[in-house]
Design a protein around this ligand. Structure first.
Ligand SMILES: Cc1ncc(C[n+]2csc(CCOP(=O)(O)OP(=O)(O)O)c2C)c(N)n1
Length: 578
């Protein structure tokens, strides 16, 4: 194409060339030229008008996390851009490929405190993989290409491109063929063959080997390779919060989630194991507990695409910098020639039997595995109903918000239907994530049912996006509110560690059913265990968005729990006696 284009037209064409189909945003003065140009491209580039830029950011994250593709969000300068910051930092913590495009004031006004001027590049520097300020129309095509490359390769992450209004309005002939110039950026996908061999040798020598699968397995599309490797060796697999879905949870080798609200048998297995193969998880403190006491007997193999993760939190015996899929494939290749594989399988099987015994002993004692003798609706009744319905029907994605309901969604729903079915804000723990993220997920998967599970607190942070579903005609979403009348997770800490001083946690809410109806959704309310399954069925039977408020017993805690900063060997499984 040799015709001149405005910078804004070039922005649209650059995105289309990179395969972008949908973007979530809100217009404003500095970004108006981009919206002006979008009009011409609207058949290829669909813009979703959200109600808050943070919602747009989370929607783009939901789109990205559920598909593995780039998510795109847009804001104008100043408050539009700063409203995106929470979602950008969320994407940074959870390695989500996100492109944030912001409009900036005229370049002649930069530094003059112009109307809606904010240094968004400065603000987002610590929470982006990379960011750019573009003042020259001739840079737009190249910068967007490079930005998308950076966001989606290596360890994915958010990249922000801030473009001045005059650069969007100026004209030039775009050069689409410029080669990427990133001499310092060369993600290593393959993994070092010698380290891979050493890792297999170490596993072969283990008596009690354990695999820990994290987000990297999901983001790296390595779930098939993980399953094959686990089945070949017989090594038990634990899945972190973001690793959920890496292995079907009803698989004989799947043992569950570790960490602060992980299962006792899983945490004990970590403390007992002699070789821990961590694939694509970053040893976050919610997983390790008191890090100096974590996996004390284990030699650790850490596979991660990001070299800066290795040795950051936990001492590593064998580091492997590489992509989860390629490294697992290479490790499986090493197994082929191993005569001692049968020996490993035998040891792994004995060890697995021991873990199942621990599970048998400890898991039924968790209070949610049998229904308390009370007439009230317990949170676990809701999850039992959801888990049964989701697994019976399949074709679902579950997005959870942040708090107690999030941990129950991780613990009490059996994810058997593959990767990217459980999506949550793990690293940043961003309340308000679920409803807008579910928008992105639902738009990306129109033939599936997307469940957003929220607390009464987090739901109220971003519920304005309910109307965006209506404007977009998105029907395949059901929102669940676990209404306990508190900011429950904080209340739990106050109960357990602060003498029940419920400071700032009791919460009055609006009539959620009426609110749903005001947004054009169906609203349902459930107070009794006997009505749970019926409400879920009604939601499925409704051709449109449905909100179900479950009014649950108020002061219920998530157990097991490892208090912050304590060894994962020391778990609270019930309320400590005073
Ligand atoms: C934006 C934001 N603000 C504050 C917090 C701290 N926080 C973590 S969990 C929680 C309580 C959540 O309450 P609710 O949404 O009702 O869910 P519940 O824990 O009751 O299931 C709070 C306030 C947070 N994670 N995110």
């Amino acid at each position: 194409m040799s015709e001149q284009r405005t910078g804004a037209q070039i922005m649209c064409e650059a995105l289309i060339r990179e395969g972008v189909e949908v973007m979530f945003g809100i217009p404003g003065g500095a970004i108006m030229p981009f919206y002006h140009a979008m009009w011409e491209y609207k058949d290829q580039l669909h813009h979703v008008l959200v109600r808050h830029e943070q919602g747009g950011g989370h929607a783009a994250e939901g789109y990205a996390r559920s598909t593995g593709r780039l998510g795109v969000c847009i804001g104008t300068s100043g408050p539009g851009a700063t409203n995106l910051v929470t979602a950008i930092s969320d994407a940074m913590m959870d390695s989500t490929p996100l492109l944030a495009i912001t409009g900036q004031v005229y370049s002649s006004l930069l530094g003059k405190d112009a109307f809606q001027e904010t240094d968004i590049v400065g603000i987002t520097m610590p929470v982006t993989k990379h960011n750019y300020l573009v003042k020259d129309v001739n840079e737009i095509a190249y910068v967007l290409k490079e930005a998308i490359y950076l966001a989606t390769t290596g360890r994915p992450g958010p990249v922000l491109v801030d473009i001045t209004k005059d650069a969007m309005q100026a004209r030039t002939i775009p050069n689409w063929d410029t080669k990427l110039k990133l001499p310092g950026y060369k993600p290593n996908y393959q993994g070092n063959q010698r380290q891979i061999r050493d890792a297999v040798n170490l596993l072969m020598s283990a008596e009690k080997p354990l695999i820990m699968a994290g987000n990297g397995v999901i983001m790296g599309n390595a779930t098939g390779e993980l399953l094959a490797f686990a089945e070949r060796t017989g090594i038990p697999v634990i899945t972190t919060l973001h690793g959920i879905g890496a292995i079907p949870e009803d698989h004989p080798l799947a043992i569950g989630m570790p960490g602060m609200h992980g299962w006792v048998h899983v945490n004990r297995a970590i403390q007992d194991c002699d070789v821990l193969l961590n694939i694509g998880s970053r040893f976050d403190d919610r997983v390790t507990g008191k890090v100096s006491t974590f996996a004390p007997k284990a030699k650790v193999i850490h596979v991660d695409i990001d070299p800066s993760e290795i040795g950051k939190n936990v001492k590593v015996t064998i580091p492997i910098v590489g992509d989860a899929r390629q490294v697992l494939t290479a490790m499986a290749g090493e197994l082929a020639s191993r005569a001692d594989l049968g020996n490993l399988q035998g040891k792994a099987s004995d060890w697995m039997e021991h873990i199942r015994e621990m599970q048998h002993k400890h898991q039924p004692k968790q209070q949610y595995h049998s229904r308390p003798k009370t007439k009230e609706l317990m949170p676990h009744d809701v999850y039992a109903g959801l888990s049964a319905a989701l697994n019976a029907r399949g074709k679902y994605r579950l997005v959870s918000d942040v708090g107690q309901h999030q941990m129950w969604a991780a613990q009490l729903i059996d994810y058997r239907h593959g990767p990217r079915t459980h999506i949550t804000s793990g690293g940043a723990g961003t309340m308000g994530f679920a409803v807008p993220a579910a928008l992105g997920v639902a738009m990306a998967h129109p033939d599936e049912t997307v469940w957003a599970v929220c607390g009464d607190g987090g739901f109220q942070m971003m519920n304005q996006e309910m109307i965006t579903f209506i404007q977009e005609g998105v029907k395949n979403v059901k929102v669940v509110i676990i209404n306990n009348g508190y900011l429950g997770m904080v209340r739990q800490w106050q109960e357990l560690f602060e003498g029940r001083r419920y400071s700032g946690t009791p919460m009055v809410s609006p009539d959620f059913v009426k609110l749903a109806e005001a947004y054009g959704w169906k609203g349902l309310r459930v107070d009794h265990v006997n009505d749970v399954a019926g409400a879920i069925e009604e939601a499925y039977a409704t051709d449109g968005p449905v909100l179900i408020e479950f009014r649950v017993e108020q002061e219920v805690n998530v157990f097991p729990m490892v208090p912050q900063g304590v060894s994962i060997g020391e778990t609270i499984t019930d309320i400590p006696k005073a």
